[in-house]
Design a protein around this ligand. Structure first.
Ligand SMILES: *Cc1c(COP(=O)(O)O)cnc(C)c1O
Length: 414
């Protein structure tokens, strides 16, 4: 392995976690996580941290959150038996349908939770970043519902390949700001959102969209997204007659994956498999497979695995899916990989598109291209582990990907 954390140390830390003690008070996941930010951000993060401690598990806040999940988001989302894929793969395949959540992906679980928190903290306006646009749409929807103005920063490259989502955000009342600096994708958008937040840390709330960034965001997002795994665990017991042998999720920043994995971490019989974007291949800059090729470093306030060159320059990334196109990954995933609790593999652009097509034809479901990476990984796992029960996090629907699909799978069909 190309990084320097001793697996022994990581395993020990994970055992402590099974006792319920991570992240620690400084937001550390073993050696990962923490808070590496300019002084100007510290008071804002402290205030957020205090707010999270005070409200997140408070009965009144939880009641309000659960009511929104039920009546606005449409939870619990279905667990679907994929019987045609099961037959084709020689497995028993189950799909946790976050594509059926309001606005079409898991992002809304986090957005509505943080927007409620922002209100409690007295914020007057929300800023957010978005990659695929799904987090922007979810945030715009949550802000419209709660009556808060919302500004969304989005890399200029992403505004083009996710044009339908830009329109949706604007219809929902958000101001969308295309970011032309840096890599012009998610990383640059996060930088801009942080800059905006620093200029008014009291009145503005930064609604971060994945399990990344400085403490307490990775913890906050995990807690809000864990509803995915909690529901799926219960539904597997009721509908499939037992726990899955493996749970599979795609990994960009890692929020749908940690939401799915976290409630299964203490189940030793459940293997956990995260699938990153293998892009065009293993070359530097050709993929977004951070856990596979990254080394420890600081990115956007957090010590985690980062795609970087020999001089520590953060690498630009490539993936056919905007939502996976990020050079960092949540610190908890860095720990879970180092400790050997979760296995991370990758699927290339072509493998993902092929799996997307198979899911459409076999199950009548058009998944997001991000999600299709999980399908490609699950299909490969099924080949080596025949006859097993597989749970896939279907993180979102693919309608937003039509511009990309027109240029790839549909090319020549028109
Ligand atoms: C944003 C997004 C992802 C990737 O983000 P994570 O934080 O890794 O979950 C995956 N799937 C869909 C549909 C998304 O919108």
């Amino acid at each position: 392995m190309s990084y320097s954390v001793a697996p022994e140390q990581a395993r020990e830390l994970l055992e402590q976690e099974l006792g319920g003690s991570y992240p620690d008070a400084r937001g550390r996941y073993g050696p990962f996580g923490g808070r590496f930010v300019p002084e100007t951000l510290v008071p804002a993060l402290n205030r957020l941290d205090a707010g999270v401690s005070r409200y997140l598990h408070d009965a009144e806040f939880q009641a309000e959150y659960v009511a929104e999940l039920k009546t606005f988001v449409g939870r619990p989302t279905a667990l679907t038996h994929a019987y045609t894929l099961s037959k084709r793969w020689g497995a028993d395949v189950w799909l946790k349908r976050e594509d059926l959540a309001h606005t079409g992906a898991h992002k809304i679980n986090n957005a509505i939770g943080q927007a409620l928190l922002a209100k409690r903290l007295g914020a007057k306006r929300i800023v957010a970043e978005t990659g695929a646009g799904q987090h922007g749409v979810a945030t715009a929807a949550a802000c419209a519902r709660l009556g808060m103005p919302c500004t969304v920063y989005m890399g200029a490259v992403d505004t083009e390949r996710q044009a339908p989502n830009v329109g949706r955000m604007r219809l929902l009342g958000a101001t969308v700001v295309p970011v032309t600096s840096g890599d012009q994708t998610l990383r640059a958008a996060i930088d801009e959102a942080l800059r905006d937040w620093v200029s008014d840390p009291e009145g503005t709330y930064y609604l971060l969209g994945s399990a990344v960034g400085p403490h307490p965001y990775p913890y906050l997002v995990r807690e809000l997204q864990s509803v995915i795994g909690r529901e799926a665990r219960q539904q597997m017991l009721e509908q499939a007659g037992g726990l899955p042998d493996v749970a599979v999720a795609c990994v960009g920043g890692g929020s749908n994956a940690i939401g799915m994995f976290h409630p299964f971490i203490k189940d030793p019989s459940v293997a956990l498999l995260g699938i990153e974007a293998g892009g065009r291949g293993p070359g530097l800059g050709d993929n977004s497979a951070t856990l596979t090729y990254g080394r420890p470093g600081v990115l956007q306030g957090c010590y985690t695995l980062v795609l970087q060159d020999g001089d520590g320059q953060v690498q630009e990334t490539h993936s056919v899916s905007a939502g996976l196109d990020y050079s960092g990954v949540g610190p908890e995933h860095s720990l879970l990989m180092t400790a050997g609790r979760v296995r991370y593999e990758q699927a290339t652009d072509d493998e993902a598109l092929d799996a997307l097509s198979e899911c459409c034809l076999a199950e009548g479901i058009l998944p997001a291209i991000e999600t299709a990476h999980a399908f490609a990984g699950a299909r490969r796992w099924a080949r080596v582990n025949p006859g097993k029960r597989i749970l896939i996090a279907l993180s979102g629907r693919g309608d937003k990907d039509m511009p990309t699909l027109q240029k790839t799978l549909l090319k020549g069909m028109l």
